[in-house]
Design a protein around this ligand. Structure first.
Ligand code: ASP
Length: 441
């Protein structure tokens, strides 16, 4: 028998109907033994997530809103849970919990405590509904005094605790600090809890159930009906998520990656779809395509520095990068020529420090010229299949130029997992479409 840890996102637990679907998914496979729920998410597009309702509740208390205003707002939260309970026909009364939580928030239990109650209450209801044990995350997920996650302590205690329960629900998103206060991960952090539980349970698979059938090869807002990705490696995923493809919280990858546990992204509304499998190693041939995905981002600036004989001036690059470091700016890419060096930075980060950085570079490196160009978009073509396929770069570049787009920058990592191309922002969609059509259609 294998063991699966299953995490359900907020949209998968937004109302009673979704609870039913979730219960069916869990019950259809006895290997699905540990369940990590998020708080109820949006039921329709301008609905509010329960987590956000809790953040607002906290703000109302902090800003000393009248008790009528606070109570009216709290009613909305209770109503979300009460309607789930009643529509499921559960005999379950949370009024004691509601009272306790309200008092705790009124008595300075903190913002994270307030936010965490979204998952806590949802976990109680789900455990009751499916008949699983409830393990409060505050007894098994630990943070250090400085607020960082304590993986070793958590893994030791959580793995022992899980052995005591054949089937259990562990709410996502929060844990406890050494001083007894509740701490949450960053937004979307139930993904991280799921991954931590999978590691501690030594699971064979971490299923992450959401409202999409896995990752798509490209952003559907830019490419019409992109194909789904069957299998992606952790490293490819990292490249694509850096470029803005988000389905999974980035930090959710680390606990399972080191334990070698694959993640399967699945769709609660379409359980028949296989979804995307995220693995540490995959053969480059199991994909039909040379590329796994294509993604990109706008909003970059290029600083170009020219100086005769730059190539023989030892320490030139270091001085340039120190000028950025001193201003807390990280660089994204560093394409360089013999006597030129370009640094690609995020415009949003760079903007406020522009003058100081330019002055510092001029003072320290005495260049012949220095210029800045804004409006650069980066496109990343990602694929483990590229290592074996000859001519991939040529295909990328000719597809882009056949579409009439000028390439402003090229960067190919030596790992041959990606090729990054810089184009003008107004050419961004055209470039992405050209690449996608070249490799996929
Ligand atoms: N409920 C939290 C949030 O909305 C955590 C999560 O859903 O993963 O960010």
């Amino acid at each position: 028998m294998s063991l699966k840890v299953v995490k359900f996102g907020g949209s998968s637990l937004a109302d009673a109907q979704h609870f039913r679907q979730v219960a069916e998914i869990i019950k259809s496979d006895p290997d699905r033994r540990y369940v990590v729920p998020s708080a109820p998410g949006k039921r329709f597009s301008d609905d509010t997530k329960v987590t956000d309702l809790f953040y607002t509740l906290f703000e109302l208390v902090r800003s000393r809103a009248s008790s009528d205003v606070i109570d009216a707002h709290y009613e909305k939260i209770k109503e979300r849970y009460n309607s789930i309970i009643s529509e499921l026909g559960l005999n379950f009364d949370l009024s004691g919990e509601y009272e306790y939580i309200k008092n705790a928030i009124l008595h300075n239990s903190g913002r994270d405590f307030a936010a965490s109650r979204g998952e806590y209450l949802n976990g109680l209801i789900l455990a009751k509904y499916i008949g699983f044990d409830f393990i409060d995350a505050e007894n098994v997920i630990y943070f250090r005094e400085n607020g960082t996650f304590d993986e070793d302590k958590t893994n030791d205690i959580l793995s022992l605790e899980l052995k005591e329960h054949k089937y259990a629900v562990i709410p996502g998103f929060y844990g406890i600090a050494p001083n007894g206060t509740i701490v949450t991960f960053s937004r979307g952090g139930s993904d991280i809890t799921g991954s931590i539980v999978a590691r501690a349970a030594e699971a064979d698979l971490y299923e992450n159930w959401t409202d999409v059938s896995g990752f798509l090869m490209a952003d559907p807002r830019i490419i019409s009906k992109p194909q789904p990705i069957d299998t992606i490696t952790y490293r490819e995923l990292r490249e694509l998520s850096y470029m803005g493809a988000t389905v999974l919280h980035e930090d959710a990858i680390f606990p399972v990656r080191y334990a070698g546990i694959p993640i399967n992204i699945r769709n609660t509304n379409r359980p028949e779809d296989k979804g995307t499998m995220i693995v540490s190693q995959a053969s480059s041939y199991d994909s039909e395509h040379v590329i796994t995905g294509v993604a990109g981002k706008k909003g970059f600036s290029v600083i170009t520095i020219e100086k005769d004989m730059m190539n023989s001036e030892i320490g030139f690059g270091r001085k340039v990068l120190e000028c950025l470091e001193d201003n807390d700016i990280s660089f994204e890419h560093l394409p360089s020529g013999i006597d030129t060096m370009s640094v690609v930075v995020s415009t949003a980060q760079f903007e406020a420090h522009k003058e100081r950085v330019l002055q510092a570079i001029t003072r320290r490196t005495k260049p012949d010229s220095i210029s800045i160009e804004d409006g650069l978009a980066l496109v990343a073509v990602v694929g483990r299949g590229m290592v074996k396929a000859k001519g991939t770069a040529a295909r990328v570049f000719s597809a882009i130029s056949n579409a009439g787009v000028n390439i402003r920058m090229i960067d190919q990592g030596s790992c041959e997992l990606n090729i990054i191309v810089g184009v003008e922002e107004h050419d961004f969609n055209t470039a992405l479409n050209a690449i996608y059509n070249e490799f996929v259609k």
